[in-house]
Design a protein around this ligand. Structure first.
Ligand SMILES: [Zn+2]
Length: 160
């Protein structure tokens, strides 16, 4: 990592014509778990959606081509501001994924090994337990006692 003085609008490290996923996270928001394997992506981390942060995001989007996808994670206010900035750059709504802190990440409780696995996936999808590797189907049932959503083994019949 070189830390030469940053040229204007070139500090993003994005090639002109970048095609892939641009992930921008704000505050404690984290897009790292979202990367589907092998997909070209570029990460930004910002403390908040400051004018400087939005300017950097705009310049990144400005030099990317059609086909780019944008993922935003963090507090709702920040990702809304970033989404607005992206819209100004011509990014369509359907090219953006907004993950407000209210929706992500969720902890899924594993009934087998009693560990919790963080996921950004919606209820009804499957996640692999970080503790024991069991494929867990996620539910909408939040357990206050566990502090997590309850998962259940998605392939019970195979384990029998
Ligand atoms: Zn487990």
């Amino acid at each position: 990592m070189r830390s030469a003085s940053m040229p204007m609008a070139a500090g993003t490290g994005l090639e002109p014509g970048f095609r892939g996923v641009i992930c921008a996270s704000f505050g404690a928001g984290d897009t790292a778990k979202l990367h589907s394997g092998g997909q070209l992506h570029h990460d930004f981390r910002f403390e908040a959606a400051t004018p400087e942060a939005l300017a950097e995001l705009r310049s990144a989007l400005g030099c990317s081509n059609v086909g780019v996808r944008l993922m935003l994670a963090g507090p709702t206010a920040d990702i809304r501001a970033a989404a607005a900035a992206a819209a100004e750059c011509g990014i369509e709504q359907e090219e953006m994924t907004l993950l407000s802190e209210e929706t992500a990440p969720r902890a899924i409780y594993c009934p087998h090994c009693h560990s919790a696995t963080a996921t950004l996936r919606a209820a009804g999808s499957e996640v692999q337990c970080q503790g024991c590797g069991t494929k867990l189907a996620t539910t909408d049932h939040f357990s206050r006692r566990m502090g997590a959503y309850l998962g259940y083994s998605a392939h019970v019949e195979e384990a029998a």
